[in-house]
Write a protein that binds this ligand. Sequence first.
Ligand SMILES: [Zn+2]
Length: 233
Amino acid sequence: MFHKLSNILHDITSVLLPRLCFGCNTLLIRGEEHVCTVCRNQLPLTEYNFNVENPVDRIFYGRILIVKASALLFYTDKGIVKNLIHYLKYKNQEQIGYFLGQWYGHILKNNNYLKNIDYVIPVPIHPKKRRRRGYNQVTLFAKSVATHLNAKFSEDILTKTANTRTQTKKTRLLRWQNKKALYMLTNNELLKDKNVLLLDDVITTGATMEACATALSNTPGIKLYIASMAIVP
Ligand SMILES: [Zn+2]
């Protein structure tokens, strides 16, 4: 009886407040959340696991010392993934991070490589930007992944100190010099000898991850893993 009633209520709210697929804007039906079944089946999963070398690893070769890198989805200029990230970052749809984090968490929790992750940390955004947006778009993603890995979540350890954009046009060296001080650790003891998984939304040039990793790398004994919602192929 209660179940029936909640279904009816669900149908009434969908008429009053139609829920749309973040991938293709069609109406969601009962049982669908965030994306429709068609989009869900079309999501371009990388299927990279943490066991063999992949193109995300290769982005960071010779730049920073990490154990492994990976990504959940391919990011392309058009399509479902671009729409999801757009709604997540600019349209107040923070829950998309939760949706992707649940998905990735399910995949990662069965991975032998990630059994011993101690901390999951989202790439921070500047406090000013967070106030404007209302949230860090990577927070819920990182929280969900942390839950699945039985790891601690922290967004206070790593902070962004300057409100500048990623500089993609400069050379790698200049970029590195410019970015290395953009992120800071608030606690130098906590991550000592820990396995840390650093998460971001989209990896493009890898410059942001590189700058964060540089800030983290001064910690003795730290082992760093990197992953993102999506990777530009
Ligand atoms: Zn759709």
